[in-house]
Design a protein around this ligand. Structure first.
Ligand code: ATP
Length: 243
């Protein structure tokens, strides 16, 4: 990683983020601080603002007010630096249907300026279990396979921070393990992760901390170790009932 980024204690920081779309307030003053190597699971009902928060953290959506800092620096100051530090899995896969799996990843590797790109692409294809299917067009791949490739695309430049919006969409059991391995990174190089999910059990298992978002606000946050899925579900339902 480039010099400077790790000098900040926080990998990621959202300060009083608000996003307003027309008459909809998608985020209403969200504060979130994530340390290096920390994994945070973001839960909340449909429309709570999870996607908006992740898109704003990834600098894909501009906040109406508030700011996002990556590695201690506002993303607005140097969006390219922020993109180098961050890998994103969004609802769209950002893959080109008419290109093969490998062509897609080679395209993104060039875009990101990845060193030894061809070897890196093959290694990542292997990691997500798609090496055998490397020469097939994306249009001909199943949804879960496309999602595996979206994960591959997100980690291609080996970013220390991953932002994932329901990354388990369409994944089978084996792919879950691929996802978990990618999230955890290698020993001593744990990734910083913010992940939105509807799967309480998986989110609890993967994350150090859970955050519950309701109507654009953080209504609850706790260390995962203090909860089991039943306790988390009870908290979740209690907050929904109060709306
Ligand atoms: P889900 O669990 O369904 O994925 P979410 O928590 O990710 O939901 P968001 O997609 O962030 O929720 O949406 C938050 C609110 O902002 C919703 O009311 C949604 O309709 C609104 N919204 C999101 N994107 C837009 C947009 N581009 N234009 C207008 N309104 C939007």
């Amino acid at each position: 990683m480039e010099r400077g980024a790790r000098e900040s204690e926080l990998a990621l920081e959202a300060r009083q983020l608000s996003v307003i779309y027309g008459r909809t307030r998608a985020l209403a003053g969200v504060d979130l601080a994530v340390g290096w190597g920390e994994r945070v699971a973001l839960f909340g009902p449909n429309g709570a603002g999870k996607t908006t928060l992740l898109r704003t953290l990834a600098s894909l959506t501009r906040p109406t007010t508030g700011s996002v800092l990556i590695g201690g620096q506002p993303i607005a100051r140097d969006p390219l630096r922020a993109r180098r530090l961050v890998g994103v899995v969004a609802h769209q896969t950002y893959l080109y249907d008419e290109l093969t799996a490998r062509e897609n990843l080679r395209f993104y590797a060039r875009l990101y300026g990845v060193a030894a790109a061809d070897q890196r692409v093959d290694a990542v294809l292997e990691q997500v279990g798609m090496y055998q299917r490397r020469d097939e067009r994306v249009a001909a791949l199943s949804r879960g396979m496309q999602q595996r490739l979206a994960l591959a695309r997100a980690v291609l430049h080996d970013p220390p921070i991953l932002l994932l919006d329901e990354p388990d969409t369409g994944l089978d059991l084996a792919s879950f393990q691929v996802l978990e391995a990618l999230l955890l990174g290698s020993a001593g190089r744990e990734r910083t992760v913010v992940l939105a999910s509807h799967n309480l059990e998986q989110g609890l298992r993967l994350a150090h901390r859970v955050v519950l978002l309701v109507a654009g606000r953080v209504v609850y946050a706790a260390p995962s170790a203090s909860l089991d899925p039943a306790a988390l579900e009870a908290v979740y339902r209690q907050h929904l009932a109060q709306r």
